[in-house]
Design a protein around this ligand. Structure first.
Ligand code: GAL
Length: 820
C-alpha cells in the first residue's frame, strides 16, 4: 500500500527524514503508527483574507482542533482555461503553509466539484461551454479537464512538500464530493466515473489516504466518509475503513429572502459526542469559520454574501460563544481519552428509553459515555454503582468511567453578545458625503447595440461565460400600424429564467422582476408603449450566483431563455407576436464595470450635485476614514436596494438589503432537544436578509482616505450607509458548581459586573434574576475584585469561594453578566 511504497521510495531517495506516515487500520487514521482521535474544522481560504488566516487558524488550534479542512476552488483558480490565479486570498499554498506554521494538520478536498454554496459548485463556466461536454460522468473532455486541474493542484502541493508523506501538514485528500447522493441519475456511467475518479486520484501518488464523502460504493482504497448533522449511525462500506465524518454542519447557509439559521451549541456537541461514543475517530466541523462570499463567488441561486454559517468563529473571525468554548472543552476531553478510544474494546449497555452507556476498555483503563437520545425525558442512570443525571438529548463523558467531566447539554462556557460600535476615527462625520454617476446605457437602450448577434435566445452562461452577473438581450422590432399585433393595449411577455430581470422598451424602464421562493422559471408581462417603426427592446438578465448542487445542476437554464412575445389585445382577441427567433444582440456586463468605476485609478468624473435617491442603475462614491483599532469592520448598507460594493477597489460582494426575509418561522426560544433541521431555529424574520457587510482590515488604508463605491441596480438611499466595528459587548455565564468559569472580553478589559449570583439563579443573559437560594458571600463583589480591569479571569465555582447556598447541590450554579 501507500506506506510501503513511500518507505521504499524515501529510503532510495534519502529524503524521508521528516516525512509523516499517514495511514489507517480499520479503527482510526494512524499518524506515524499511532491511532488518532482527530478533530478538524473547515476554513475556506477565499472566504477570508491572507491577513486573517493566522488568527483564524490559531483560534482553531486554541479551540482544540488538530486539523483544518479546505476545499480547492477550481473556477477561482482557472477563471479562463489554462490561465491560473493563485494571488491574494486564492494563495492556496500560503494558506496551507499557515496551517503548517500554526502546527496543525490539513485536509485537502480538491473535488474539484465542491458544492460549498460556491458559484457553480466550483466549476468554471467555460468548462460547460466546451464542445461535447458533460459534467461528472465518463465524458472524455470532462475527465481530461478534471484530471488536468487535479493534477496541477497535487503537483503544486507536492512541489512545496506539503503532503504529510513529504513532511508537510496534509494528512488526507478528497476527490469528488458527495457523488453518491446523485450517482443514481447517471446510470452505469456514474459507476464507471467514480471508479475512474478513484484510479485517477490514486495514480497521483500523494502518499496520504484519499477520501470520498457520501460515497457508499467508494472503490478501495478510497475511504468513504459521512456528511450531515449527525453521523453516529454511519457505517463505512468497508470494515477496514475508520468511521469518519467530513462535514458536521455547525449551522446552515443563508439565501436572499431567507432567515438566519442557528444550530444550538448543545446539539452540535451532542452530535460530536454521539459520534465518538459510537466508534468515530475523525470529525470535521463544516464550517469552523464560514466567512464571506466576496465578489461573485456565492453559489445559488441566491446564496447571500455572508457565509457566517453560525460557525464557532463568526463571519468576522470573532469567537462565537458559547459554541466555540463548549466544543473546545469537548475536544480536550476527547483528546485525553485518545488512547483508550482508539484501542479499547467496545461494549454497550442498553438502559431502555434510548439511553445507552458505552465502555471503551483497554488493559490500562477505561473511558465511558452515557448517551440519552430521548427527545423529551431526562434520565437518571445507575451505572457501575453510581447514579448519573443525563439530561434529554445529551451525552455525558466519563473519562475514567466514574467522574462525569463533560455533558453536552451543560454549558459552562461564557455566552458572548456582540455589539457594533460607530466609526470613531477622528473627524469622521456621522453621515458620508456622496457623489454619483448614472450607469451609461445609451447604446443598449436606444440603439440595442451589443457585441454579438444571434437569431435565437441563448442561455446566459453560453453567451457570457459568467464574466459578469449582467447580460443584455436586445432586439429591434419594426412595427407597422397594420401589423396584426398592433393595437392600443400592447404588452411584452417574457418567459424567463433570469434570476432578476429589468425590461426596457425604447429606453423606458417598463419594469423589473426578482425570482422568489426558489422559483427561477417564470413569465414576466408588462404593458409597453410601442411606436410605429423601429422599437428597441432591451432586457437585462441578472444572475445572483449559479447553482451549486444536484444531478446535472450545470444545465439548469439561466437568462432570457424565451419565448419572448409582444402581445396585442383587441377586445377579447389576443394576438401574439413571437420575437424568439428575431435577431438578438448580446452585451455582457455593464459599462461602469467595464470602465472600472470602482477602481481608485478610474479617471471618470463624479458629481457631488443633486445626488439622487431611489434611482435605478446608479453609481455612488464616498470617502471615509478607517475605524480606529483592530476590531473587525463592517459597513451598514441599510437603505440600499440591490447591487455591488467596493472598498478601495476590492469587491466586498453583492448587497441586497431591500430583500426582506419572510416574516414567519422565527422563534426567540430554540429547543436543542430533538434532531436539528435547517428551518428549526431561525431569527431575523421580516428584516433585510443581510444588512451588514464585512470589510476586512487589509482592504483599508489605516491612515489616509478610503473609498467606498456602490453600484445600485434597483434604486436605494445611501444616506444611512455607515462604517462600524464589531466586538464583544457583554459576556454572560451560567456555570454549574465544581466547574471553572473563564470570562474573557477577547482582548479588551472587563469593565463591570452587572449581575452575579451563586445559588439557583433564573433567566437568561440580559435578564438574570436571583433565585430562591443564594450563597452568603456576595458573588458580585468577588467577581468585581477578580475580573474587573482584566482581559480575562478564571473563577472556581465552589462553595469554598462563594459560600454554600441552601439549594440542592445538583442545581447550584453561578450566573454572571459582565460588561466589556
Ligand atoms: C454538502 C456539501 C457542502 C455544502 C453543504 C451545505 O452537501 O458537500 O459542500 O454544500 O452541503 O452547506
Amino acid at each position: 500500500m501507500v506506506s510501503l511504497k513511500f518507505l521504499v521510495c524515501c529510503l532510495l531517495l534519502g529524503s524521508c527524514a521528516y516525512a509523516t506516515l499517514v495511514s489507517h487500520d480499520g479503527r482510526a487514521i494512524t499518524i506515524d503508527g499511532h491511532r488518532r482521535v482527530l478533530l478538524s474544522g473547515s476554513i475556506h481560504y477565499p472566504r477570508s483574507t491572507p491577513e486573517m488566516w493566522p488568527d483564524l487558524i490559531r483560534k482553531g488550534k486554541e479551540g482544540g482542533l488538530d486539523a483544518i479542512e479546505t476545499y480547492v476552488f477550481w473556477n477561482a483558480h482557472e477563471p479562463t482555461r489554462r490561465q491560473y490565479d493563485f494571488s491574494g486570498n486564492l494563495d492556496l499554498i500560503r494558506f496551507l503553509k499557515t496551517i503548517q506554521e500554526e502546527g496543525l494538520y490539513g485536509v485537502l478536498r480538491i473535488g474539484p466539484y465542491v458544492c460549498a454554496e460556491w458559484n457553480y459548485g466550483g466549476f468554471p463556466v467555460w468548462l460547460h461551454n466546451m464542445p461535447g461536454m458533460e459534467f461528472r460522468t465518463t465524458n472524455t473532455a470532462f475527465m481530461n479537464e478534471m484530471q488536468n486541474f487535479t493534477t496541477m493542484i497535487v503537483d503544486m502541493v507536492k512541489k512545496e512538500k506539503l503532503f504529510a508523506s513529504q513532511g508537510g501538514p496534509i494528512i488526507l485528500a478528497q476527490i469528488e464530493n458527495e457523488y453518491g447522493n446523485v450517482i443514481g441519475s447517471y446510470g452505469e456511467a456514474g459507476k464507471a466515473y467514480i471508479k475512474w475518479c478513484a484510479n485517477m486520484a490514486q495514480s497521483l501518488d500523494v502518499g496520504v489516504p484519499w477520501i470520498m464523502c457520501q460515497q457508499d460504493d467508494a472503490p478501495q482504497p478510497m475511504l468513504n466518509t459521512c456528511n450531515g448533522y449527525y453521523c453516529d449511525n454511519f457505517e463505512p462500506n468497508n470494515p477496514n475503513t475508520p468511521k469518519m465524518w467530513t462535514e458536521n454542519w455547525t449551522g446552515w447557509y443563508k439565501n436572499w429572502g431567507g432567515k438566519d439559521p442557528h444550530r444550538t451549541t448543545e446539539d452540535v456537541a451532542f452530535a460530536v459526542a454521539r459520534f465518538f461514543q459510537r466508534g468515530g475517530t475523525f470529525q470535521n466541523y463544516y464550517m469552523y469559520h464560514g466567512g464571506t462570499n466576496f465578489d461573485r463567488t456565492s453559489g445559488g441561486p441566491y446564496i447571500t454574501t455572508s457565509y457566517d454559517y453560525d460557525a464557532p468563529l463568526d463571519e468576522f473571525g470573532n469567537l462565537n460563544q458559547p459554541k466555540y468554548g463548549h466544543l473546545k472543552q469537548l475536544h480536550d476531553v476527547l483528546h485525553s481519552m485518545e488512547k483508550i478510544l482508539t484501542h479499547g474494546n467496545i461494549s454497550t449497555i442498553d438502559f431502555g428509553n434510548l439511553v445507552t452507556a458505552t465502555v471503551y476498555k483497554t488493559e490500562e483503563g477505561s473511558s465511558c459515555f452515557i448517551g440519552n437520545v430521548n427527545e423529551t425525558s431526562d434520565a437518571i442512570v445507575n451505572f457501575q454503582g453510581t447514579s448519573y443525571n443525563v439530561p434529554t438529548w445529551s451525552v455525558s463523558i466519563l473519562p475514567d468511567c466514574k467522574t462525569e467531566t463533560y455533558n453536552t447539554a451543560k454549558i459552562n462556557t461564557q455566552t458572548s453578545v456582540m455589539v457594533k460600535k460607530p466609526n470613531q476615527a477622528e473627524n469622521e462625520p456621522s453621515t458620508l458625503k456622496w457623489s454619483w454617476r448614472p450607469e451609461n446605457m445609451d447604446n443598449v437602450l436606444l440603439k440595442g447595440k451589443g457585441e454579438s448577434k444571434m437569431g435565437q435566445l441563448f442561455d446566459q452562461k453560453v453567451v457570457s461565460n459568467d464574466q459578469s452577473d449582467y447580460l443584455w438581450y436586445m432586439t429591434t422590432v419594426n412595427l407597422k400600424e397594420h401589423d396584426p399585433v398592433w393595437c392600443k393595449n400592447m404588452s411584452l411577455r417574457i418567459n424567463s429564467t433570469a434570476h432578476v430581470l429589468h425590461a426596457f422598451v425604447n429606453g423606458e424602464h417598463i419594469g423589473n422582476y426578482r425570482s422568489e421562493n426558489g422559483k427561477f422559471h417564470y413569465v414576466f408581462e408588462q404593458d409597453a408603449k410601442f411606436n410605429p417603426g423601429a422599437n428597441v427592446i432591451s432586457l437585462l438578465s441578472i444572475t445572483v450566483g449559479l447553482p451549486n448542487y444536484g444531478a446535472f445542476f450545470e444545465n439548469v437554464p439561466v437568462g432570457i431563455t424565451g419565448p419572448v412575445f409582444i402581445i396585442g389585445r383587441n377586445g377579447d382577441e389576443t394576438i401574439v407576436k413571437d420575437l424568439s427567433a428575431h435577431r438578438w444582440n448580446y452585451k455582457t456586463g455593464l459599462s461602469g464595470f467595464e470602465n472600472q468605476l470602482f477602481s481608485a485609478e478610474s479617471p471618470a468624473t463624479w458629481s457631488g450635485e443633486s445626488v439622487p435617491f431611489n434611482r435605478t442603475m446608479t453609481w455612488y462614491k464616498s470617502t471615509f476614514k478607517a475605524p480606529l483599532g483592530t476590531d473587525p469592520v463592517v459597513v451598514d448598507l441599510l437603505g440600499l436596494g440591490k447591487g455591488t460594493a467596493w472598498i478601495n477597489g476590492n469587491n466586498i460582494g453583492r448587497y441586497w438589503p431591500a430583500f426582506l426575509s419572510s416574516d414567519d418561522g422565527c422563534s426567540a426560544e430554540c429547543n436543542y432537544r430533538g434532531a436539528y433541521y435547517a428551518e428549526k431555529c431561525q431569527t431575523n424574520c421580516g428584516e433585510p436578509t443581510q444588512r451588514w457587510y464585512h470589510v476586512p482590515r487589509s482592504f483599508l488604508n489605516p491612515d489616509g482616505d478610503n473609498t467606498l463605491v456602490l453600484f445600485e441596480e434597483t434604486g436605494g438611499n445611501p444616506s444611512l450607509v455607515n462604517f462600524q466595528t464589531t466586538r464583544v459587548g457583554t459576556v454572560c455565564a451560567n456555570v454549574y458548581e465544581k466547574n471553572v468559569l473563564e470570562l474573557s472580553c477577547d482582548g479588551k478589559p472587563i469593565s463591570a459586573i452587572k449581575f452575579a449570583s451563586f445559588g439557583n439563579p433564573e433567566g437568561n443573559c440580559g435578564s438574570f434574576e436571583k433565585g430562591t437560594c443564594e450563597a452568603s458571600n456576595d458573588a458580585a463583589t468577588i467577581l468585581t475584585n477578580e475580573c474587573v480591569g482584566k482581559e480575562k479571569c478564571s473563577i472556581d465555582v465552589t462553595t469554598e469561594k462563594f459560600g454554600a447556598p441552601e439549594c440542592a447541590e445538583s442545581v447550584r450554579r453561578l450566573a454572571v453578566e459582565a460588561v466589556c
